[in-house]
Design a protein around this ligand. Structure first.
Ligand code: 6PG
Length: 248
């Protein structure tokens, strides 16, 4: 399902209400919900909207049933400006009534390979698996201009089929160490959303949605092609090349 919006602000306004509806309505009362978030810049305004719109509900949001995880993390301490958890904590987590034990961050300050083992065990201890793969309720992903998603970069296509729940990688340009969920873990989620804004992403969005040749090199393209239902939340800038003739 493709959701296009005139602006990024209109997009995150709607997505924030869809997010709050999902927590309140789409799961039996009391059932825990396991959501994996992404980092980078795009989610910032999304998290800001959730923090504000949580008060526009008929009743308090049942945050106690929500458990947050991350689709990936930069291997830096939480207070580092690159930390996805640090950004989420500042913009969202500090503004919602959520217990610490509901936050399952990737510990970027740890040795990456050791953190892969620790985080995988934490996920397995918290989330039921199907066919040996943990089933997140919702994974919200961004897409890089190079077609990466989470921290699965085009030079690490092996991670899309890895048996591991998560893996340690390096950013291909900055060489920054990261920990990322693998493709199988992402594809096992009940719901997957690509949250993409800005003209800089318009080419990669078109290539993936129109199944152009380049998309076969993109991890985000692989996820899209190996999943029947994925939500796309796009602003008009990111969707500028999409034509009505597109095969979706
Ligand atoms: C990260 C993200 C990454 C991000 C894309 C898009 O840790 O950087 O998880 O996959 O979603 O790179 O990033 P922007 O939203 O900053 O464009």
């Amino acid at each position: 399902m493709i959701h296009c919006f005139q602006s990024a602000d209109a997009l995150v306004e709607k997505l924030s209400f869809d997010f709050l509806d999902f927590i309140e309505l789409e799961n039996p009362p009391g059932r825990r919900i396991h959501i994996a978030l992404s980092g980078g810049n795009t989610p910032r305004i999304f998290f800001e909207k959730i923090a504000v719109n949580q008060y526009k509900r008929d009743k308090p949001v049942p945050w106690n049933k929500v458990h947050f995880f991350w689709a990936d993390e930069r291997c830096v301490p939480p207070e580092h400006r690159d930390s996805n958890y640090g950004m989420t904590r500042k913009i969202l987590l500090e503004k919602i009534n959520l217990e610490d034990q509901n936050v399952h961050r990737i510990m970027g300050e740890n040795d990456p390979e050791k953190e892969v083992v620790r985080y995988a065990l934490e996920i397995q201890s918290q989330i039921a698996s199907k066919d040996g793969i943990p089933v997140f309720d919702w994974i919200i992903l961004g897409i890089g201009e190079d077609g990466h998603t989470a921290s699965i970069f085009p030079n690490r296509f092996d991670l899309l089929n890895s048996e591991q729940i998560c893996a340690a990688v390096q950013h291909p340009e900055t060489r920054q160490s990261r920990v990322t969920l693998t493709g199988r873990t992402i594809l096992q989620a009940r719901r997957i959303t690509f949250l993409v804004t800005g003209v800089s992403k318009s080419q990669v969005v078109r290539q993936i949605l129109n199944n152009e040749a380049e998309a076969s090199q993109y991890p985000a393209g692989y996820i899209f092609n190996h999943r029947k239902s994925i939500d796309w939340y796009l602003d008009d800038a990111a969707a500028q090349y999409l034509k009505s003739s597109s095969p979706w």
